[in-house]
Design a protein around this ligand. Sequence first.
Ligand SMILES: [Zn+2]
Ligand SMILES: [Zn+2]
Length: 648
Amino acid sequence: MIKITLPDGSVKEFENNSTPMDVARSISEGLARNVISASFNGQKVETTTPLTTDGDLILYTWNDDQGKQAFWHSSSHIMAQALEELYPGVKLTIGPSIENGFYYDIDLGDRVLSDKDFPAIEAKMMEIARGKHEFKMRSASKAEALEFYKKQNNPFKVELIENLEDGTITFCDHDTFTDLCRGGHIPNTGIVKAIKLLSVAGAYWRGDENKPQLTRIYGISFPKQKELKEYLELLEEAKKRDHRKLGKELELFTFSSKVGQGLPLWLPKGAALRARLEEFLKKAQQKAGYEQVVTPHIGQKELYVTSGHYAKYGEDSFQPIHTPKQDEEFLLKPMNCPHHCEIYNSKPWSYKDLPKRFAEFGTVYRYEQSGELHGLTRVRGFTQDDAHIFCTPDQLDEEFKKVIDLVLYVFGTLGFENFTAQVSLRDPEKPEKYIGSDENWKKAEQAILNAAKEKNLNYVVETGEAAFYGPKLDFMVKDALGRKWQLGTIQVDYNLPERFELTYKGSDDKLHRPVMIHRAPFGSIERFVAILLEHTAGNFPLWLMPEQAIILSISEKYEKYAEKVLNSLENNEIRALADHRNETIGKKIRDAEVNKVPYMIIVGEQEEKDNTISVRKHGEGDLGTISIEDFTNLINSEINRTLKKFEN
Ligand SMILES: [Zn+2]
Ligand SMILES: [Zn+2]
């Protein structure tokens, strides 16, 4: 008999060689129907793997990420079989699951695949799925495995096998298909009920551009047709909300090949939007005791040698700029922290002066490969809403909580209600990996855990995920389409204070090292605007909108009255403009809707006569006829409702 411990702590005895599926069945038939994957003692296993020792078993269904991984990875096997059957002679390489679906990299020889071929492949895959073929793992010797792929003339699998230890090699069989595989499958192909191939792209073998080019086919699959339908609708919506598309339509930013890849150019409306975001955060930070600083865009190479950034990123980053005469070397600033350390070093501090909180909207430059660049989310130059807090170890607790308050204020004001947090701690088994004293680490980790608990965060703890220089807290926000984004990292740092020899005089009159906290609620303005665009579909909170209202005159006869209305709105600090084009009012309304202007103000004969305005709200429709004063109050109360002051 073996003892199996389940996640709820209960322990049950089973006969030796029982499988995870047997365990599921002993709990309930319903669970057995839904279990598609499992892990045993932290290792991925099949639901059919015989268990031969005592251990911890977790059963996964479609609702678990691990279940989805097994589902999608298994689907890649089904796709590979379909491709082999449809295009004999293709050479398989690797086929993993990804965050949403799966892909397989395949050498198709001279064949070029396009999305026109997808329906035939999908049909073949569904035919295989309906066969309810079991996924069966089997071990093979290295010689056998090599033999199998040499016969198929597949150099890719041969290369993979050559790098494996004899005795660890496994194959997965289903139906007539065999693949080299480490495991992690659903019980049988029949569980896959809906399949969609999404795209085809080029990919290099092992990601190396000097190696052969392969064809990567992306797909996704689901246990229900309905779920596929919902996913495709979500993809459609995501396309509509793509920040690159919206940024262009709303005239927020652009890129120029002359200026250079990955270097965004902010157009007037985008620049104004940025300024409002910065102003919003600056106000809150001022209240939270931060002081603004300004530092240059470059720094001496020596600065980054001291900080350690040069050793870490130097080779793979923008290379130093040389001065013409003395051949001094400067680097484009990849991070603001070294500059801020030197600001701290500009005078001696006593413990009574701390904490010091230096904030800067600092623009930094990091080299990204051109293939990695993506709209505003992956760029080569961006502005961080950066700040560094220098405090005593005893102040860490309080400071951490304050930073969390600020981050939550930013999320709340900008409509990110759905988020989780992750606390990353060091691996206690490997103390040699980390710098800083054991005592300080304990203090810092406890400070983060206390803060997360006290602020009622929904958080998970990841041991071993801390940076070598300190523990951290990350937030993951879920946007309106359910996609997750990492925002608002708070990082404790013992390394830079050491490297820059930062000190303060303690109450004992001796010099001590301060602790440093890096934090950026937005992360970078560029990426944040991109996420906000996709989250809100461009319908930003009213206080942030480029235009809050547009005045649409019914005909040119009412232009003068329209100008009068505009004037009075501007006097009340409402951002508005007037549309005097010689177009019908219907067309003007439609255009204003497309441009997502929150309020449309229609003026004609009656309005002019009564000194009123007719108001329409974006996406909602007619709000009736009111006075300009009532409209001003309406706007202000909406702003006050969404833009609350930061309470310290
Ligand atoms: Zn597999
Ligand atoms: Zn920093």
